[in-house]
Design a protein around this ligand. Structure first.
Ligand code: ATP
Length: 334
């Protein structure tokens, strides 16, 4: 008999209203221990609100939220000992050095003597903070600050990490470093919930992605399953000589073709089939219609496209009229 796994994070029908605004509107999901999950959504979708409630910093209007099986509303202190929280902004600790900052939080967590020294040394090593030990926080770069914030979140060796936009504003090198640290934490068996706007970046780091829109979860799945083309369409990137306007106009008018994205020198178009014959017919037509094509190639579906497709599907559903009500039994008998 297999014993069911206790989820590291469990959210059941979470709601959070701010006045009339439903910032989180019935969110449910489970995250198994040791997995890295990306939390994706547009500005204002409800990511930070959900994460803050998970981090015991806010209360739900209603719903059940558990970390390691412990209810965050009923037992916030117990939950805090299990989670590391990295907010999207750093806070104001201008006149402290890196070592003073970590020491301050280690004391606040109740660590004393050798244990405190060991824990600080551990996170300084992990987040490569030793060369910055005596630097004032004021003088850290954004990437250094994020490493310090991550170090602080790890002082009590939490099982679950909740990271709100940790890569925002980082340069490419700092992003790579952060990704590397998150990979190590994942290998170490930590559960990580991480929000970001940069989908491709999340895809590399995460076992699965949670898409949230207007306070509701609209999709949960692995990056691979999202990228796998199950839309029955073929994406083609086309480059033309000179003005791309003609190609864009052509894509908007042509049967079986949809304009996905205008590019500086061309466009990304979607053919509504994966049948090579039809795709080839469309490409032939493009040449016959006199478009000055220089290059075209088939594309793997981007995560951004998958996200936008899901949003479009939702919009279409909203706009389509509700199905006609089935006749009642009285009507049928009559
Ligand atoms: P972003 O990517 O921009 O950080 P988000 O997905 O994290 O967005 P939230 O910060 O959770 O979104 O905000 C969800 C909605 O709730 C937004 O409309 C926001 O303005 C609103 N909101 C968040 N906190 C409060 C608050 N304390 N009072 C009133 N409205 C709030």
């Amino acid at each position: 008999m297999t014993v069911p796994v206790q989820p590291a994070i469990e959210v059941i029908d979470l709601h959070r209203n701010f006045g009339n605004l439903r910032a989180v509107d019935g969110v449910s999901f489970k995250i198994n221990p040791g997995t890295v999950v990306g939390f994706v959504g547009a500005n204002g979708a409800g990511k930070t609100t959900t994460m803050r409630i998970l981090a015991t910093l806010d209360y739900p209007t209603r719903g059940i939220i558990k970390v390691g099986g412990i209810d965050v509303v009923q037992y916030p202190a117990k939950v805090r000992s299990k989670i590391g929280w990295m907010p999207d902004s750093f806070g104001t600790y201008h006149h402290m050095t890196v070592i003073e900052y970590l020491d301050f939080f280690a004391r606040a967590l109740g660590f004393e003597g050798q244990e405190r020294a060991d824990r600080i040394a551990g996170v300084m090593d992990f987040a490569d903070l030793n060369p910055l030990s005596e630097r004032l926080i004021d003088n850290l770069s954004k990437g250094m600050g994020q490493r310090l914030c991550l170090g602080r979140a790890l002082l009590h060796d939490p099982e679950v990490l909740i990271l709100d936009e940790p890569a925002a504003g980082l340069d490419p090198k700092a992003r790579v470093e952060l990704k590397h640290l998150i990979r190590i934490l994942a290998e170490d068996g930590k559960t990580v919930l991480i929000s970001s706007h940069i989908l491709s970046e999340l895809a590399e780091m995460c076992d699965s992605l949670l898409f949230i829109n207007e306070g509701r979860i609209i999709h949960q799945g692995s990056a691979e399953s999202l990228k796998r083309d199950n839309s029955g369409t073929t994406l083609i990137q086309v480059e033309v000589h000179g003005d791309a306007g003609k190609l864009i106009e052509w894509a908007q008018m042509s049967p079986h073709v949809k304009l996905k994205e205008s590019l500086k020198k061309g466009a990304r178009i979607e053919v509504d089939s994966i049948d090579d014959r039809l795709v080839s017919e469309v490409l032939n037509r493009m040449i016959k219609d006199g478009l000055p094509v220089i290059e075209f190639h088939r594309e793997e579906r981007k995560l951004e496209d998958a996200f936008i497709d899901i949003l479009e599907e939702i919009e279409e559903k909203k706009l389509s009229p509700p199905p006609l009500a089935a006749p009642s039994s009285e009507q049928v008998e009559a």
